[in-house]
Design a protein around this ligand. Structure first.
Ligand SMILES: NC(=O)c1ccc[n+]([C@@H]2O[C@H](COP(=O)([O-])OP(=O)(O)OC[C@H]3O[C@@H](n4cnc5c(N)ncnc54)[C@H](O)[C@@H]3O)[C@@H](O)[C@H]2O)c1
Length: 256
């Protein structure tokens, strides 16, 4: 344990599971306090009994929920120094179908809610504060059958670039983290360890291994911290080198 976030208060969305939970744990390990939020009914029991965490439930697509999470930070800890706008949903649909329902909901959660989160935190953050957003390597390129999700993640990458311009004069930095395949609630099932999908994606990453939530959390932690004080508007891949590959050749296979 070091003290990268000593005394600092960070709100993390999607905190019940995967990258969000790991990021809360990272903030606490680094001496900080956290507000963890997630959907009503999600399992936040792991945070029970820890005075350093306040829990809020609601839908990030609801502006009132975003304000409630920010108010919780102020009421419970007296300040808000960081926000990790991480909650997100996957979604695949038929490009040639008729319904726009899934597309609209994915953009609502993965893009519109990030705007709501930025607006809510910017009202109270002081100079020196920072925001991170969980985008994806899927936002950096196209993937077959993934137009719904990839559109949303590309949008937040450019939202982060543009918002960095408008937040700078308030002394607030904003950056995106772009995980590649990472073992979380979102990827278990068809992409669970041992499945053909898991192995296929593993082979596409030069480091030949899936990411862990803690590895993505470490990137959020760095970008939130004062060590990243000259970094804003970037998107940082945490993807085992996947996005470095032009896609022409499969990376060499090896075991260490
Ligand atoms: N796991 C991966 O391989 C991967 C890769 C790239 C990007 N991501 C992104 O990482 C982020 C975190 O996902 P994860 O992989 O940890 O998955 P996860 O499913 O384990 O966690 C996501 C959390 O977000 C919460 N959530 C979903 N919709 C919400 C809403 N409307 N309001 C509030 N909370 C909501 C869920 O309840 C869940 O607890 C997402 O934005 C996802 O798109 C994941």
């Amino acid at each position: 344990m070091t003290d990268l976030h000593e005394g600092r208060v960070v709100w993390v969305t999607g905190a019940a599971s995967g990258i969000g939970r790991a990021t809360v744990e990272e903030i606490l390990q680094e001496g900080g306090f956290a507000v963890g939020s997630d959907l009503p009914g999600s399992d936040l029991s792991w945070a029970e009994g820890d005075e350093r965490i306040a829990v809020v439930t609601g839908d990030v697509a609801d502006p009132d929920h975003n304000d409630a999470a920010v108010n919780t930070a102020l009421e419970r800890f007296g300040r808000l120094d960081g926000a990790v706008l991480n909650a997100g949903i996957a979604g695949r649909d038929d490009l040639f179908g008729e319904s726009m329902e899934l597309f609209d909901r994915v953009q609502e959660v993965n893009v519109r809610a990030v705007v709501l989160g930025i607006r809510s935190v910017a009202k109270v953050m002081r100079p020196g504060s920072a925001i991170t957003v969980t985008a994806s390597t899927s936002g950096m390129r196209g993937d077959p059958g993934m137009w719904v999700y990839n559109t949303s993640k590309a949008a937040v990458i450019n939202l982060v670039r543009s918002a960095s311009m408008d937040l700078a004069s308030r002394g607030i930095r904003i950056n995106a983290v772009c995980p590649g395949p990472t073992e979380t609630g979102m990827t278990e099932g068809p992409y669970g360890e041992g499945s053909p999908g898991y192995e296929d994606l593993r082979r596409r990453m030069p480091l030949q291994k899936w990411g862990r939530s803690s590895e993505v959390a470490a990137a959020h932690s760095f970008l939130l911290s004062t060590k990243a004080s000259q970094i804003t508007g970037v998107h940082l891949p945490v993807d085992g080198g996947m996005s470095a590959n032009s896609g022409q050749f499969t990376p060499p296979s090896f075991t260490l």
